[in-house]
Design a protein around this ligand. Structure first.
Ligand code: BEZ
Length: 224
């Protein structure tokens, strides 16, 4: 996503949404926020994704994470569409705002334009882009998928939990990590510091290099 990448501040755009006008920075506030786009209202994959995201709301709320959806159609269209979304995914209630962007100005600034997808009038459509923004309003992680591939909500939840752990404990999450699994201690932390920071202890893997850089520890969290 050239132009908006990890470490960049998300543009403070004013948006028309299903919850009224919002400014992105005010909306993010002191939270982590997932800003994610969909190609269009009343399309099959998008309908499943919106409901999937709504079903994960309790998990996000537990961790203080906000959601902000994007689709280019107008707010009235979004409100009509949400009836389909909630009917398709029983138990989902879309409580997060969905921004409208009929002029495609915001999706350009957020690097959410899909160069290959156009609507019936030939206007650009958003890709399935997703930025996870921290309380400092900076992009912490991004995902970019085409219209044909619905996202894994489990993966979104997993990445947010990894980011929140890393922000709090100087740790990182290894391959295929799931919440509750051991984490690795950041290479920026010396063994002396690690003994202080992780009184629960840590295991250093004995590897051929003998460099002692792969150190696992367990972090007990209910909500990070
Ligand atoms: C969909 O949500 O299914 C979709 C939207 C735009 C293009 C292709 C698929």
């Amino acid at each position: 996503m050239p132009g908006l990448t990890i470490g960049d501040t998300i543009p403070d755009l004013e948006l028309e949404t299903t919850h009224g006008k919002i400014k992105i920075h005010d909306y993010v506030g002191d939270s982590f926020c997932i800003i994610f786009s969909h190609p269009a209202d009343f399309t099959p994959v998008c309908t499943t994704e919106l409901g999937g995201m709504a079903k994960c709301m309790p998990e996000f709320q537990k961790n203080g994470v906000k959601l902000l959806g994007f689709s280019c159609d107008d707010v009235e269209s979004h409100k009509e569409w949400l009836k389909d979304v909630e009917a398709f995914t029983p138990g989902s209630h879309v409580r997060y705002p969905i921004a409208a962007d009929p002029k495609r100005e915001s999706i350009k600034q957020l690097n959410m334009v899909d160069p290959e997808e156009k609507d019936a009038e030939g206007k650009s459509l958003p890709s399935r882009a997703l930025h996870i923004v921290g309380p400092d309003k900076k992009v912490k992680a991004s995902m970019l998928y085409p219209a044909s591939t619905g996202r894994s909500m489990e993966e979104v939840v997993r990445v947010v939990q990894s980011l929140q752990l890393a922000a709090k404990y100087m740790v990182a999450t290894p391959v295929n990590w799931k919440p509750g699994d051991p984490v690795v201690i950041s290479p920026r932390v010396s063994d002396e510091e690690a003994k202080r920071m992780f009184p629960q202890g840590f295991e250093v893997k004995d590897l051929p290099s003998k460099k002692g850089y792969l150190r696992f520890t367990q972090i007990q969290t209910t909500a990070t």
